[in-house]
Ligand binder design. Structure first.
Ligand SMILES: Cc1cc2nc3c(=O)[nH]c(=O)nc-3n(C[C@H](O)[C@H](O)[C@H](O)COP(=O)(O)OP(=O)(O)OC[C@H]3O[C@@H](n4cnc5c(N)ncnc54)[C@H](O)[C@@H]3O)c2cc1C
Length: 533
């Protein structure tokens, strides 16, 4: 009840419907969660200035300051985390409704997002000490070894799998039941990785059914990724571990690291004669400041934030910068390659002979479930709801290697309509009509869904500046499925997922494809490739 009331309040208040308690109360000050010297006497110059405290910035700030002779200023425009509310894995659905999310939206779409509000997809992007790890799903995924080898081969020495694996291992503090000793995990690092404490009955049925459908049972964080696996999570004893908690909290006493929250970097300053970054300009408490860097300015402001900041500073496509009267320091194709991993909300399945008594999300936050979580860190609230995954190679993949998957089928323990609060709707931006006609009728029925995601999208977009105002959202020029092989690959993935549900473990549970046609797709024959496409 408490979580529901809180979530309803958090998702309703504020001019844009975005409000957190932190707007009125500075938790970072009260609780000391700025993870560093809270009132640092700032230096005129630092060896390194790190912009953005997401996973990249937190790790870099930590590793650089291992050397006591190096000093670092970490600037983050958001605030520190809010404990309790952000800790609970099952509450991840509600995090993007808070202002720990930039709230980016795509432009209205022609071929996708058609059941979403204004036909615009939400591009959630976290902000605060921890960046997107404050609001993300906590799934620990390293990526495919071939991706790194491809990066390396395309002109980025030092990024091959052989190069990065030692760093994954160095960071990790794994606590895994099955795969602890397979050579791809270790204990002792800063970043906790663990199995989910709680799984719905859907998860083992999915894994067993996938095996019967021919999938290998794998550790998806090893080299072999074509198969089925339970997810591993960045949680510790079922509490979310953000990158700030993992990499900044343990080093809070280091005097050579200064962390400033609510510090919005507006420009990288350059020595124009050498094109060397020499510092940054930032705003804080409505005042403008500069900080100088004697060695490097490191941009870790996220995929969108770093590109935006470079362009604001005069590094980017010449014409675009000149059109905005930004002095060109150096011409580079910044923002010109934007890939998304499109996903589908569904298909949805009804379970006729369920092996658990979960019918909606409120079985997760019932009084017994709350007590179990807060007293024992166990029970349904400890679940991030995304439970297991199968990796698929579609015939539409741009990669020739048959072992290089392009579709990821994520199994979710419940379905989108199982939330009585606005949280799930806000997360996906599903419009009222689709929500009430398609998802809500299953509110009190045992049901679940998949989230098939495309990993190697062929559609490419770009990111531009809307204006020279550093606080404006960037302009995303991206239209999903411009290359129709992307939609075909996802339709293929959906059919593979449906085939998994036709195997014995799922059949024994009475799992049935929810046979209601999606509004707008009435003219297609249900459950054909064309229908899903
Ligand atoms: C809803 C959601 C779910 C996700 N789920 C998963 C998952 O389950 N597993 C997974 O592996 N990945 C997941 N991701 C992706 C993952 O969180 C990101 O890949 C990762 O956080 C990127 O890290 P980063 O350090 O590059 O940037 P970010 O995490 O984006 O951090 C960038 C930081 O820079 C700050 N910043 C930006 N501009 C400025 C500026 N001008 N001045 C000062 N500070 C600035 C931002 O406020 C932010 O804190 C998810 C992401 C989202 C949004």
């Amino acid at each position: 009840l408490g979580v529901n009331i809180l979530v309803n309040q958090l998702t309703k208040l504020g001019p844009n419907g975005n409000y957190t308690l932190g707007d009125s109360v500075d938790f970072s000050k009260i609780l000391g969660l700025d993870y560093g010297d809270r009132n640092p006497i700032l230096r005129d110059a630092y060896d390194f200035i790190v912009v953005g405290a997401g996973p990249a910035g937190c790790v870099v700030a930590n590793r650089l300051t291992e050397n006591p002779n190096v000093n670092v200023l970490l600037l983050e425009l958001g605030r520190a985390e809010i404990p309790i509310v952000q800790d609970i894995p099952a509450a991840f659905l509600y995090q993007p409704s808070t202002d720990y999310n930039f709230g980016y939206l795509t432009e209205p779409q022609r071929e996708a997002c058609l059941g979403l509000m204004e036909k615009r997809c939400a591009w959630h992007h976290g902000r605060g000490l921890g960046g997107s790890t404050i609001i993300n799903n906590m799934i620990y995924t390293r990526g495919n070894f071939r991706d790194y080898d491809m990066w390396n081969a395309s002109g980025n020495p030092g990024w091959s799998y052989a190069d990065v694996l030692p760093y994954f291992l160095k960071s990790e503090n794994a606590n895994l039941k099955e795969f602890q000793s397979n050579g791809f995990h270790r204990k002792g690092g800063y970043l906790s990785v663990e199995d989910a404490d709680f799984l719905t009955s859907i998860a083992p049925a999915f894994v067993e059914s996938a095996k019967q459908a021919g999938f290998k049972y794998i550790d998806y964080n090893s080299k072999d990724q074509l198969g089925v696996s339970y997810f591993q999570h960045n949680t510790k004893n079922s509490v979310r571990v953000t990158s700030a908690r993992a990499f900044l909290k343990p080093i809070a006493e280091r005097k050579n690291l200064h962390i400033l929250t609510r510090a919005w970097v507006t420009k990288v300053l350059f020595d124009e004669s050498t094109k060397t970054a020499i510092g940054v300009e930032y705003t804080r408490n409505k005042q403008r400041f500069t900080a100088r860097a004697t060695r490097e300015v490191i941009l870790s402001a996220g995929a969108f934030g770093s590109a935006k900041l470079l362009m604001l500073s005069g590094v980017g496509p010449k014409l675009d910068l000149e059109n905005l009267d930004i002095k060109v320091i150096h011409e580079l194709p910044v923002g010109e390659t934007l890939y998304e991993h499109p996903g589908v909300i569904g298909p949805v399945f009804i379970v006729r002979n369920p092996k658990d008594n979960i019918v909606n999300i409120h079985d997760f936050d019932s009084i017994p479930a709350l007590l179990k979580y807060f007293l024992l860190k166990d029970g349904p609230l400890s679940s991030p709801l995304t439970e297991a995954v199968a990796y698929v190679k579609s015939p539409y993949s741009p990669k020739e290697d048959p072992e290089w998957p392009d579709v990821e089928i994520i199994q979710v323990g419940i379905q989108l309509g199982d939330d009585a609060s606005p949280g799930a709707q806000n997360y996906f931006r599903v419009n009222d009509s689709i929500l009430s006609s398609y998802f809500k009728p299953l509110f009190n029925t045992r049901a679940f869904m998949f989230l098939p995601l495309l990993m190697h999208s062929r559609t490419k977009g770009s990111l531009k500046l809307k204006s020279t105002n550093p606080y404006n959202h960037p302009l995303f020029k991206y239209q999903y499925f411009e290359d129709d092989r992307d939609a075909k690959a996802l339709a293929y993935g959906i059919q593979v997922a449906i085939n998994i549900t036709r195997q014995k473990p799922f059949v024994d549970m009475g799992v049935e494809l929810y046979a209601v046609k999606l509004p707008g797709c009435e003219s297609f024959q249900f459950d054909t490739f064309e229908y899903w496409e």
